[in-house]
Design a protein. Structure first.
Length: 433
């Protein structure tokens, strides 16, 4: 694509949209127009903001670059652009197309951020020119101009980016897992699942696709499988060790992350690191030094033999189930937040160690009624998260765990899961005697 000869529309002017704009301008795009569903969005220097798309054809726009927050399904503005013959491309696809080097793309319903960060730590043990980007704090368009043929890009890829990512052809791709999520965005689980699988659709026999041995997919890439229970051609667990190609890489005891799902995340990272020729010694060092990330099963306080865990990143039931399965102590579980379009029944098959469930927010009452319908009656509902947290603190006893693992988005009370997690930590600190 010759950017110099084309006019672009950037739809969505949040963090990723602004990054895309900066990238296009740096590459000398002929004209950059912007549009946002928020009519109060700001004007951006060296661009033209459009208040509506009624006369979009007069701007001779060839490509609309979509920010992750732009809902494609059922969006009348997307329909308008499509009818005018404008082509769609995600911000991620734009950056991917103009980046150099070896590209590793990882998606999945849960565990993406943990896995890409761990893999990044493994790769930087051997290589210098490594970038971490995508559905993280760094949009890929922000680093595209910094890459060279010797670069390695470790990309976290969301389903939002994969909706319009026809150009995507990673050297190595991986799907960690697919569970119910983002149903309001994608319409059905089946549609969401097919979007996730697009990550490998353009790969060929020179590329690699990494997945759990139980995962079912058709791909033209070389398939590398990892497993918790069987010897595979990727990383696997054998006699409490992480192994690869018949040799021990590291003892499982050095993995500080809780639960089998996190062991699977480690297995995926090890499989990819091995494809990238990283030694077992360097992989072991990265695993031993990796202490996890904020808001992902993060122990924020241990006091009076009570443990408080911030798992605010758990924005779907599957993630909450993983958290519950990793804890053997009596648990007070905090569930709630804003709707993402799914049911919560599955959670209550994993509450063997849960002494009380406290729900809150927009979905609080629905979750409470679901719990009762599933035979779980030790449940109370609160309007706000702060009320539920304060009650949990008063209820907790020696050896209990107070777990914030909401299974919902945060937008009824907070701007992000991170803000929600920080609020939880603050309330605990202020109210724990």
């Amino acid at each position: 694509m010759n950017i110099l000869t084309k006019n672009f529309l950037v739809y969505g002017t949040g963090k990723s949209g602004k990054s895309a704009i900066s990238f296009l301008l740096s590459r000398g795009a002929k004209n950059v127009y912007t549009f946002d569903d928020d009519e109060h969005s700001e004007d951006i220097k060296n661009t033209t903001r459009l208040s509506n798309l009624d006369e979009i054809e007069k701007y001779d726009i060839e490509y609309a670059i979509l920010s992750p927050g732009v809902n494609v399904l059922g969006n009348k503005n997307i329909d308008i652009l499509s009818k005018k013959g404008i082509k769609f491309m995600s911000e991620f696809c734009l950056g991917f197309m103009f980046s150099y080097g070896k590209k590793i793309c990882i998606t999945g319903t849960n565990g993406k951020t943990t896995t890409v960060n761990l893999l990044y730590n493994m790769l930087t043990q051997k290589y210098k020119d490594v970038f971490l980007c995508g559905n993280t704090d760094t949009p890929i368009t922000k680093i595209a101009n910094l890459t060279s043929p010797s670069s390695i890009l470790v990309c976290e890829v969301s389903s939002f980016a994969l909706e319009t990512a026809e150009c995507l052809k990673p050297d190595i791709s991986a799907i960690l897992n697919i569970g119910e999520d983002h149903i309001l965005r994608h319409g059905t689980f089946e549609n969401y699942s097919q979007i996730k699988k697009r990550i490998t659709i353009n790969q060929d026999a020179k590329d690699y696709f990494v997945c759990n041995e139980d995962f079912d997919i058709v791909t033209n890439a070389n398939v590398v499988m990892y497993s918790l229970k069987d010897k595979t051609n990727g990383a696997y667990v054998y006699k409490d060790c992480i192994c690869y190609a018949g040799k021990k890489v590291v003892d499982k005891k050095f993995i500080t992350l809780k639960g089998d799902r996190n062991v699977e995340n480690v297995l995926c990272a090890v499989s990819i690191a091995k494809l990238m020729k990283v030694s077992s010694r360097k992989i072991k060092k990265a695993i031993k030094n990796f202490k996890g990330l904020k808001h992902r099963m993060q122990v924020i306080l241990k006091k009076n033999n009570i443990t408080y865990i911030d798992d605010s990143k758990a924005t779907n039931p599957d993630s909450t189930i993983c958290a519950l399965d990793s804890i053997k102590n009596e648990t007070i579980l905090l569930l709630g937040g804003s709707d993402k379009g799914y049911e919560y029944n599955s959670i209550f098959k994993h509450t063997q160690h849960t002494k009380m469930i406290l729900t809150f927010g927009e979905m609080g009452e629905k979750i409470k009624q679901t719990a009762i319908s599933q035979g779980y009656t030790d449940v109370l509902s609160f309007k706000k998260m702060s009320e539920a947290v304060i009650y949990a603190i008063s209820l907790a006893r020696t050896n209990d765990v107070v777990l914030l693992s909401p299974a919902c988005a945060s937008y009824d009370e907070f701007n992000s899961y991170a803000e929600r997690g920080d609020s939880f930590a603050k309330i605990v600190a202020e109210n724990e005697d």
